[in-house]
Design a protein around this ligand. Structure first.
Ligand code: PLP
Length: 393
């Protein structure tokens, strides 16, 4: 009766989901303020005022046609505005025709992969990874090829990358700022990566697309800048969303933006529009396309996330944890105090401390803390980390 593949995937259901369910169980017993649930990246910070204001205005607006279907690629004015911003940031001559509005970054990645993959073609993903990539690649009979990131910096390891590229390599997914590590890839690393790709493209006579998944691109601290992917990689596609930058994950709004220099770009854009339709998304939500147009320059309060990063990072380092200092997102990815990260995460649960073992991201020996939660809970959780550290001293 059921799909074999999906029932198998159900069996190995994600660590994040399991933690989320455990959190609900513990909250019922101990009360929400006494459960330190760092498991899921669902921002508790509210969307910025500009979003709320735009939403109120748009709900009251009774312009005829506002709620109808539009082109499967999205509203022209919204796509042009996004392109204008990307052009300012990258100096690449991108226009609205190179943008397709999607139901979040998740849909954007699916639309891109469906548009480009033939069975058995390979997509390179760096570990630790956002686990959904593996499902998305398999959705289109593609083959995920996992390449370990550099263990010290969590940036792409270029030697390992070079060795993993084959004539079947269709694309590479990069994610900066990164979930789960919080790392922002340095410009030099990306530039060297572009050289490696160019060489391999010449060697095999192929095109290797860089799919840059960047829903955290506005959540960056310490004055660090995100290098422009469109500028660095000719064959680049940005997939993005407002789930994190405007704290709107439930509204499902995002986009694909492709580099106009990609060969046969018009066909590629046509494929994206077609796939948006035939995957059943049809088009991105009309109302929220207009909301992001009006609130295009707004972001959540990044300082709020920085405060949370600082308090947790400093506390963990003081307790003897080893952790790369994240420059973005709302995640920390410290080493677990024993090599078995699953046992470590289970041990933490007795202090009502919930986080996801690194194994869930293809990187055992670590754990992910998602700190997009209430500051009070973070403060309440500090003694629980102390007890956990003391247990493994
Ligand atoms: N990519 C990464 C790295 C993510 O962390 C997430 C969500 O957590 C997504 C994509 C999906 O984002 P969206 O909610 O916009 O579909």
């Amino acid at each position: 009766m059921f799909s074999r593949e999906i029932t198998e995937q159900l069996g190995s259901s994600s660590f994040i989901r399991k933690m989320f369910e455990e959190g609900n169980r513990l909250r019922e017993i101990y009360g929400a303020e006494n459960v330190f649930d760092y498991s899921i990246g669902n921002p508790e910070i509210e969307p910025p005022e500009a979003v709320k204001e735009a939403l109120k205005r748009l709900v009251l607006d009774d312009t005829p046609g506002a709620h109808r279907y539009m082109s499967n690629a999205g509203f022209t004015d919204v796509r042009s505005k996004i392109a204008e911003k990307l052009k300012e940031e990258s100096d690449v001559d991108i226009s609205g025709e190179h943008v397709v509005m999607t139901c979040g970054a998740a849909a954007a990645i699916n639309v891109v992969l469906k548009s480009i993959l033939n069975p058995q073609e390979e997509v390179i993903v760096f570990s630790p990874y956002f686990v959904e990539y593996l499902f998305y690649i398999k959705n289109y009979q593609g083959k995920p090829v996992i390449v370990k990131a550099n263990e010290e910096t969590f940036e792409p390891d270029l030697e390992r990358l070079e060795a993993a590229i084959t004539p079947l390599t269709k694309a590479i997914i990069i994610n900066t700022p990164n979930n789960p590590t919080g790392v922002v890839y340095k410009k030099e690393v990306l530039q060297k990566m572009a050289e490696v790709l160019k060489q391999k493209e010449q060697e095999y006579g192929t095109t290797i697309l860089v799919i840059s998944d960047q829903p955290y691109d506005k959540i960056i601290f310490d004055g660090v800048e995100l290098p422009s992917i469109l500028k660095i990689f000719q064959n680049s596609i940005i997939v993005n969303s407002y789930s994190k930058s405007l704290a709107l994950p439930g509204e499902r709004i995002g986009y694909i933006a492709a580099n106009p220099l990609i060969e046969n770009i018009e066909t590629l854009m046509g494929c994206f529009t077609m796939c948006n339709r035939i995957l059943g998304f049809v088009n991105a939500p009309a109302l929220f396309q207009k909301v992001v147009l009006e609130a295009i320059d707004a972001t959540v309060d990044i300082e709020e996330y920085k405060k949370r990063r600082d308090i947790l990072y400093n506390h963990l380092i003081k307790l003897g944890f080893r952790c790369v200092k994240p420059q973005g997102t709302f995640y920390l990815f410290p080493e677990s105090l024993i090599s078995d990260d699953i046992e470590f995460a289970q041990a933490a649960q007795k202090y009502n401390l919930l986080f996801v073992p690194g194994s869930g991201f293809g990187c055992p020996g670590h754990f992910r803390i998602s700190y997009c939660i209430d500051m009070k809970i973070i403060e309440n959780s500090l003694p629980a980390f102390e007890k956990l550290a003391a247990e493994f001293k």
